[in-house]
Ligand binder design. Structure first.
Ligand code: P6P
Length: 334
């Protein structure tokens, strides 16, 4: 029956199932796991959009493993994702930025073949001023060559091993982007039906952009090569770049993915290894960037090739359009 030219409504679960043959790791189980993530982010979106009406703003008074003040919404988001993933039956280990250690889901037993890593609410310092924030997730497979009891060794896999990666940005609209290694696809949450609906398939990052994204307040502590790139970007020769910096990785990355340009969080005196976390921030964003035709590096090597040494390991992160990332690397040789 003709739909009269109206765009078909495709949800995330349908998208995975319909493209099952294309997605190297998709299966009915995989789309079931992804539906746990979409459920959690719909709940988080509802809480984020009612912040201020209900008492979810402000800090809890606690400090997390990162040494950061925990916002009430951080805790709500973290527990929401744990509750939605814990009973999927196929998740064996869950890693969160908010948890000191991984949580093993013993009830899943050997059926728990996936590891889900996430930053439940990235950019949380922006919550109280209504700036876009986001959830970032990365999915690994439980390794057959490592005993399940060696939980940390199970989790410390390089980004190239990711089965899938994605984020949800809670902004003027709620948008999910994900990849399973067969392109980047975007869905917008339609509040009238409570479903993420396909809005863009096979998203590609422009080869060259017009923005660079960095917190220039740390200028004096950046490596000289980064300072050199920034001076170039401001020069006549560069052709008129603009600085755009939200201070929320998900928002800054979402813009870079769609418009091109480069996002930089280099080493600083405060964070000599960079601030962003390898396992559940840099790796998922790097998979998305590369799947969209962009690049992601720590200045020395591809982010996805870095062998993690610790659960909450941090890394320098330069990611975006090939043209700009290569320009940064032409100035900065760590
Ligand atoms: P700065 C948010 O706290 C975050 O982890 C990322 O979302 C963001 O890119 C970065 O830190 C911002 O850090 O030092 O510029 O405030």
């Amino acid at each position: 029956m003709s739909t009269g030219g109206a765009r078909p409504i495709v949800t995330v679960q349908q998208h995975i199932l319909e493209h099952q043959r294309q997605f190297p790791h998709a299966s009915g189980e995989f789309s079931w796991l992804l539906s746990g993530i979409t459920l959690a982010t719909k709940i988080i979106a509802a809480q984020v959009q009612r912040a201020g009406i209900v008492d979810v703003l402000g800090a809890t008074g606690e400090v997390n493993v990162q040494g950061e003040v925990v916002q009430k919404l951080d805790t709500l988001a973290n527990e929401t994702i744990h509750r939605c993933l814990g009973y999927r039956g196929n998740v064996g280990i869950v890693v969160s930025e908010e948890d000191d250690e991984p949580r093993v889901i013993h009830e899943a037993g050997d059926k728990g073949k996936y590891i889900v890593l996430f930053d439940p609410l990235d950019g949380s310092s922006n919550i109280d001023v209504n700036v876009s924030i986001g959830t970032i997730f990365s999915i690994l497979r439980v390794r057959d060559d490592v005993p399940r009891s060696e939980v940390i060794n199970q989790v410390l896999q390089p980004g190239l091993e990711q089965l899938a990666a994605g984020y949800v940005v809670y902004g003027s609209s709620v948008v999910m982007a994900y990849t399973t290694g067969a392109g980047v696809h975007m869905f917008t949450l339609d509040p009238s039906i409570g479903a993420f609906v396909l809005t863009r398939e096979y998203v590609t990052m422009p080869l060259k952009g017009k923005t660079y994204s960095i917190n220039e307040a740390y200028w004096h502590t950046f490596p000289k090569g980064i300072q050199g790139f920034l001076e170039w970007a401001k020069s006549e020769e560069a052709g008129g770049y603009s600085l755009r910096y939200v201070g929320s990785l998900v928002a800054d990355f979402h813009r870079t993915l769609l418009k091109g340009g480069v996002f930089l969080y280099p080493p600083t005196r405060k964070d000599p290894k960079g601030k962003l976390r390898l396992l559940y921030e840099a790796n998922p964003m790097a998979m998305l960037a590369e799947q969209a035709g962009g690049m992601a590096t720590d200045g020395t090597r591809r982010i996805l090739e870095k062998p993690p040494q610790a659960l909450h390991e941090r890394t320098p992160l330069i990611l975006g359009s090939r043209s700009e990332v290569e320009k940064v690397l032409s100035f900065w040789k760590p």
